[in-house]
Design a protein around this ligand. Structure first.
Ligand code: NAD
Ligand code: UDP
Length: 308
């Protein structure tokens, strides 16, 4: 197939391009390089089946493709809050552009939705049937509400125009190729520990997240796109749940050295807990994450060792 990946020069997008090329497809990657880097795809540029186009998905685009994966959107709170109006435009106008193209060329289209759909969840763990607890006017809202509106658009195009959609709600995913300045917790802790700096815990560190290693997530995404049974929304993530204090201590242990911990104020609307209910993915995709946090962190630390 010919497959379009938006946000293909980013962390998840570049791993997805690798996987699709390995599976024998042709890949067109479009990215405005806001948080993505050419370096993430440099190894793919000589491949005749790979094409990179620097483009912003807010502006319309046309490609004759069989599938579209829409991953373009900054994912780290630091970056999506840098230009919040742009962030929501990327989710809303970018989704409309992807869906319009999918409708025209009859392509199956994937949306990288997020656990942020659930906001600061009052139901734990979160099943897909939970509607969430989201602030509409806070600093995270540009991302959360943008992604919620994108889900609405995907389902309206599906109902109105029979567009063949797949919507996955991705939970915190980490691994090699995260940017050292990305600002998300796993890369922050690893980079700080490797530099011998103190690890920055926001708040009291009792808030939880569930961390999925990138290879597991990409496998889930590809299986989801390959099946015919469900359009989603489908949670994809690792149900192992850790406090940020636990993550910091584990990172310290794995990196070694003498880095300490320090606390910074908790950002506004930071969700207190998050863990995916992945019963649907297990049933439909016969999928569940295989990589334990400790092993995934080891691989990620090995990647950053050469860089910081
Ligand atoms: P990332 O920031 O590394 O990648 C996003 C990519 O999109 C970057 O390459 C960036 O340059 C590109 N981009 C941003 N705005 C664009 C625009 N307007 N036009 C074209 N390209 C644009 O983040 P990531 O972790 O790889 O996330 C990829 C997708 O997965 C995002 O949509 C994100 O919301 C979603 N997601 C990720 C996670 C996670 O934990 N990694 C969790 C939930 C959802
Ligand atoms: N966090 C932290 N230290 C950091 C970066 C983040 O303690 O250096 C916390 C953050 O407050 C949140 C959790 O780690 O509770 C996950 O943050 P991240 O930005 O990685 O993702 P998200 O909040 O979007 O899940």
């Amino acid at each position: 197939m010919r497959i379009l990946v938006t946000g293909g020069a980013g962390f998840l997008g570049s791993h997805l391009c690798d996987r699709l090329l390995k599976d024998g497809h042709e890949v067109v990657c479009i990215d405005n390089l806001f948080t993505g880097r050419k370096q993430n795809i440099a190894h793919l540029l000589p491949n005749p089946n790979f094409e990179f186009v620097r483009h912003d998905i807010i502006d319309p685009f046309k490609f004759e493709v069989d599938q579209i994966y829409n991953l373009a959107c900054p994912a780290s709170p630091v970056h999506y809050q840098y230009n919040p109006i742009k962030t929501i435009k990327t989710s809303v106008i970018g989704s409309i552009n992807c869906l319009g193209l999918a409708k025209r060329v009859k392509a199956r289209v994937f949306q990288a939705s997020t656990s942020e759909i659930y906001g600061d969840p009052l139901v734990h763990p979160q099943p897909e049937s939970y509607w969430g607890n989201v602030n509409t006017i806070g600093k995270r809202s540009c991302y959360d509400e943008g992604k919620r509106a994108a889900e609405t658009l995907f389902f309206d195009y599906h109902r109105e125009h029979k567009v063949d959609i797949r919507v996955a709600r991705i939970f915190n995913t980490y691994g090699p190729r995260m940017d050292e300045n990305d600002g998300r917790v796993v890369s922050n802790f690893i980079v700080q520990a490797l530099r011998g700096q103190s690890l920055s815990i926001y708040g009291d560190g009792t808030q939880t997240r569930s961390f999925c290693y990138v290879d597991d997530l990409i496998e889930g995404i590809v299986r989801f796109m390959a099946q015919e049974k469900t359009v989603g929304p489908m949670n994809l993530g690792n149900p192992g749940e850790f406090t940020m204090n636990e993550l910091a201590k584990l990172t310290q242990k794995l990196v070694g050295g003498k880095s300490k911990l320090f606390h910074k104020p908790l950002p506004d609307d930071d969700p207190k807990q998050r863990r995916p209910d992945i019963a649907l993915a297990k049933k439909v995709l016969k999928w569940q994450p295989k990589v334990r946090l400790e092993d995934g962190l080891e691989r990620t630390i090995a990647y950053f060792k050469g860089r910081v």
